[in-house]
Design a protein around this ligand. Structure first.
Ligand SMILES: Cc1ncc(COP(=O)(O)O)c(C=O)c1O
Length: 350
């Protein structure tokens, strides 16, 4: 029989999980952080054990989609320290979403405190360095209350749960891990709607196109701009990247989510490697002139695209060593195997 182990804050035990073989799935961890907004102010409840959220049946998040979420990762560094990656950028993006949905932003310090407490409380679930896994952090925001009318809530819940995760796309990153995507004729967001914020409704709207792509054997759908269906927008739940000659290109549009991974890769490309970068509209037809394609996100990290299919036509891309260079630098910064010239690592102290 296995000897039971106990953990306390400050002690470094690791949960008995097969960290090297995790998928991108929910693993229940002991604690979640919770704060509530009532009577015009935020109040931190701290760590709670109940993984079920109890909310009034009339809540705006249930009926009118007044809801947001975030996604970020925490890594165990090669130096044994624990690092969150750019959490203030996620705080800012959640705040922008809350303002757009007419709710109170979560104060940045509350957001950071929540991240720190929930990671500290669940520390045995932070995957070991080198396992290829990380601790996924899922902050979310709910408009709640006894309500029927179509109007913003006056009370809110901000919660953060965590789950150790492996690669989002099976196989992860590597020269032999090119993925094939299908251009969808459906839209995930309206031209000037909620595409730029992380509102759950955008993801509900992606289920049907995603299911269609998967049923046809593709990894996921590529979305075009919803106004003209001419320009590339998003790749499933990740931003699009391509190389055209020396330049790293990525789409500009009011209806895509401003990815923090993409922002980081653009800064690495320009600041570390000295490559030209362009953020602008990218027509689907321009794929003829691209030498390499990929998508990026917290979950997808960098996933290189081997083929894009649009009905009868298709584009093939070879693996480009520059994806490897970008990947190694990004993951190196996240896991402290490389310097952090931009100051992106946020150490979680114990
Ligand atoms: C639609 C969409 N695009 C892009 C991204 C990538 O954003 P980030 O790099 O901030 O995770 C995400 C989230 O992961 C997303 O859901």
């Amino acid at each position: 029989m296995m000897e039971p182990r106990y953990y306390f804050l400050g002690e470094r035990e690791t949960a008995d999980l097969d960290f090297s073989n995790l998928g991108f799935d929910y693993v229940a961890c002991p604690y979640r952080f919770e704060a509530v907004f009532e009577h015009g102010m935020w109040r931190a409840r701290g760590l709670v054990e109940d993984g079920t959220v109890h909310i009034p049946e009339g809540s705006q998040c249930l009926h009118y989609g007044q809801q947001l979420f975030e996604g970020m990762k925490v890594h165990r560094g090669t130096d044994g320290k624990i690092y969150a990656f750019r959490p203030r950028d996620n705080a800012r993006r959640l705040g922008e979403g809350a303002s757009y949905l007419q709710g109170p932003p979560v104060p940045e310090e509350l957001f950071i405190r929540g991240i720190e407490e929930v990671v500290q409380g669940n520390h045995p679930y932070i995957p070991p360095h080198g396992s290829g896994a990380s601790l996924y952090i899922r902050p979310f925001y709910l408009g709640v209350g006894d309500n029927v009318g179509v109007k913003p809530a006056s009370s809110y819940i901000f919660r953060i749960f965590v789950s150790p995760v492996g690669p989002y796309y099976k196989g992860g990153f590597g020269p032999d891990q090119g993925k094939v995507f299908m251009v969808s004729r459906y839209d995930r967001a309206a031209p000037h709607g909620t595409g730029h914020i992380k509102a759950g409704g955008n993801y509900a709207a992606s289920f049907n196109p995603g299911a269609e792509a998967k049923a046809e054997g593709f990894v996921d759908a590529i979305y075009l701009d919803p106004a003209e269906h001419r320009y590339i927008e998003e790749v499933g739940a990740a931003n699009f990247l391509a190389f055209k000659g020396d330049s790293l290109l990525t789409p500009d549009s009011p209806s895509i989510l401003p990815s923090i991974t993409r922002l980081s890769l653009l800064e690495i490309a320009a600041g570390v490697f000295g490559w030209p970068t362009e953020t602008r509209r990218i027509a689907l037809d321009e794929l003829d002139e691209m030498s390499a394609a990929a998508c990026c996100g917290t979950a997808a990290v960098i996933t290189w695209i081997q083929r894009i299919v649009d009905g009868e036509r298709g584009w093939d891309f070879a693996f480009d060593e520059r994806w490897q260079e970008l990947y190694d630098e990004l993951v190196g910064i996240q896991t402290a195997t490389r310097d952090d010239p931009f100051g992106w690592r946020h150490e979680i102290e114990f």
